[in-house]
Ligand binder design. Structure first.
Ligand code: ADP
Ligand code: MG
Length: 616
């Protein structure tokens, strides 16, 4: 074994740099955070070649005292904490005193800074960790930091840099995560002389969100807030008609710091349960404030992950805040064009030329009703075809007052709506194409997916019964054996208790055969074996969520789906009437249990527009 030797400061800093500075975006994050901590009201970021040749941050913050500029690049030197206790009450973004030391070790760095008390500033240059003597220099109040040739002396890191475009993507994301939560600061981001973002200070958070993600999304946001003894939670969640296929648009800020937290992401998924299809993730912008001592931010080098003292309480606070808001909100899918899918993946609907005859016809394709709502707009193709996206956009987006916290308060007729006075479908509906029910309410024309609505009604009905333990079951005179694969049999037997709650009694019967002795009366239309196969499918597909409640819920959704009327089933007038009437018994009659919309509203305004009656 070689002899033990103390590492040099330079090597220590390089190792630390490896942790904190992963790529150019990390530099941007650390430096912009420093500027925010310095109380800047203007922060300009300039980047060249994806940050590999130059990153420059200029701010008008407090500046660094001339005699302290050298210390700023020392490792473990910080003005933000002084004692170990301070570590548990950090309110600034930085506190480790490592960023400048690390960055200056692996680049050519130049710092120029001046405080308001001094007439002149100070300039310090550091080349790969070697400092030049600082020199006085004339400059404005604030700090400018230039980082050139990042990783020039750590070739392995440099080699792993991706294309300028990819690195710029990461930089933009880091920039966005800070800029979006500080609307009071004027930010700009420039790449190779092109301005990518210029964000003058604005009063409202929504305006800042709109800058990054568009007016359309911003106007669809729903305000949520909740106050606990210590924790306050406030922000926006998007209407379920907006979503992403990943969690990247879940902005969570803890005491102004962007964090990532799997448990809170799970809470968001739960809050939107039944409102979004599988594989879709809600969009949220939420700020949490709590006393710094209730959270440990010192568990991750870039402070992206934190540890909460009472994570479970926060989980349920977040979940119930959103759930309660949804219960008092009309989430009926508004007919609007869909710009809200992932950029790049959203199949943009084609604008309809003005001269083309507008046909309001239903598609002749026998598309599976399960596919409805899976296009970007959440609309069946036949509807999408006749909706001119641009016209609708101008109509819908402009109406909403920009400071409205809740788009859904923006009733087209000016009546604020609450759950209590939701419109009722009093008019008799008609069935078309054996799959949709068309009716009206005071907002306009309502088109209902008969299967989705029935499914939702049954789901809520059965859920209530299961919770109360009084679901009707049917005993078999002679128990029926069903033979499965080993994995399937194991899944069924592992979930014996859950299944029992649903009225399904199964026992092992030797080998991979199970014996079924009772089943829920609602599934009497299915053969026993068929029912078990559907169950198995749910049990095996739900592997990633072992949470017991989830399994029960998934099974309930499946059972409701099987028991509900299908698209293609012709309904009698009585059945239509009873279906329309029972929707008021639902907590959420606007989405099927899988999260597809079950009703679409074509407001009178929109119909007027389609018939070009605007202004008449
Ligand atoms: P930390 O932010 O964790 O304290 P850094 O290495 O990022 O550590 O910065 C070291 C110190 O340099 C900070 O504590 C702060 O006093 C000073 N500093 C860095 N950037 C700025 C800036 N833009 N404006 C004013 N002071 C700064
Ligand atoms: Mg810092």
């Amino acid at each position: 074994m070689a002899r033990i030797a103390q590492l040099s400061t330079s090597i220590i800093n390089k190792i630390a740099a490896g942790e904190v500075i992963e790529r150019p975006a990390s530099v941007v994050k650390e430096l912009v955070e420093n500027s925010v901590d310095a109380g800047a009201t203007r922060i300009d970021v300039t980047v060249e070649d994806g940050g590999s040749t130059l990153i420059r941050i200029v701010d008008n913050g407090s500046g660094i005292e001339s005699d302290q500029i050298e210390m700023a690049v020392d490792s473990h030197a910080t003005s933000k904490i002084a004692t170990a206790e301070d570590l548990f009450s950090v309110s600034s973004l930085g506190f480790r005193g490592e960023a400048l030391a690390s960055i200056s070790e692996v680049s050519n760095m130049l710092i120029r800074s001046r405080t308001a008390e001094n007439d002149a500033g100070m300039l310090l240059e550091v080349h790969g960790g070697r400092r030049q003597p600082p020199e006085p220099i004339g400059c404005p109040i604030g700090t400018m930091i230039e980082v050139r040739n990042l990783f020039f002396n750590t070739p392995v890191r440099r080699k792993y840099l991706k294309t300028a475009q990819t690195e710029m993507g990461h930089i933009t994301e880091a920039f966005t995560r800070i800029a979006i939560v500080h609307p009071q600061i004027h930010f700009s981001l420039k790449h190779n002389d092109r301005i990518k973002h210029d964000l003058p200070a604005v009063d409202s958070w929504k305006d800042r969100i709109a800058h990054f993600h568009g007016r359309d999304l911003a106007e669809g946001l729903i305000w949520v807030e909740s106050q606990d003894d210590h924790v306050s939670l406030a922000g926006y969640v998007a209407d379920p008609s907006f979503f992403r296929s990943n969690t990247r648009m879940q902005y969570l800020f803890l005491n102004q710091r962007h964090i990532r937290d799997r448990s809170l992401q799970h809470a968001l998924g739960e809050a939107y349960r039944g409102l979004l299809l599988h594989g879709r993730y809600p969009i949220v912008f939420l700020k949490m404030e709590m006393p710094p001592e209730m959270v440990d931010v010192n568990v991750h080098p870039t402070k992206l992950e934190v540890r909460f003292q009472d994570g479970r309480r926060l989980y349920s606070q977040l979940l119930s805040a959103i759930r309660n808001k949804f219960l008092s909100t009309d989430l009926t899918t508004r007919v609007r064009h869909g710009k809200h899918d992932d950029p790049g993946t959203a199949p943009r609907s084609q604008p309809v030329e003005a001269t083309r005859k507008m046909e309001f016809q239903f598609g002749t394709s026998q598309a599976d009703p399960a596919m409805i709502g899976q296009n970007s707009s959440g609309l069946p193709d036949s509807f999408r075809r006749v909706l001119d996206p641009d016209q609708l956009a101008s109509g819908l987006a402009m109406n909403a007052p920009s400071d409205s916290n809740d788009r859904l308060d923006d009733d087209p007729f000016g009546n604020p709506q609450t759950a209590a006075d939701l419109p009722s479908h009093t008019t008799l509906g008609i069935q078309i194409q054996n799959r949709y029910l068309v009716t009206e309410d005071e907002r306009g024309m309502v088109v209902i997916d008969q299967h989705a609505l029935h499914e939702r009604i049954l789901y809520e009905h059965f859920r209530t019964k299961v919770m109360a333990g009084n679901l009707e079951t049917q005993r078999l005179l002679v128990p029926e054996p069903v033979t499965l694969t080993p994995a399937e049999a194991a899944a069924v037997l592992e979930n014996q208790q859950q299944l029992q709650k649903l009225g399904i009694e199964v026992e092992p019967f030797g080998g991979d055969t199970v014996l079924v002795s009772s089943y829920p009366a609602m599934l009497r239309r299915l053969k026993i074996e068929e029912m078990i196969r559907h169950l198995v499918e749910v049990l095996l597909s739900g592997k990633e969520s072992p949470d017991k409640r989830d399994v029960l819920d998934d099974l309930l959704s499946m059972m409701s789906c099987k028991a509900a009327v299908k698209a293609g089933d012709s309904l009698t007038t009585e059945e239509i009437k009873s279906l329309l009437e029972s929707q008021h018994l639902c907590q959420d009659s606007h989405h099927c249990p899988h999260g597809r919309p079950s009703a679409l509203v074509f407001s009178r305004d929109e119909l007027d527009k389609r018939f070009q009656r605007t202004g008449i």
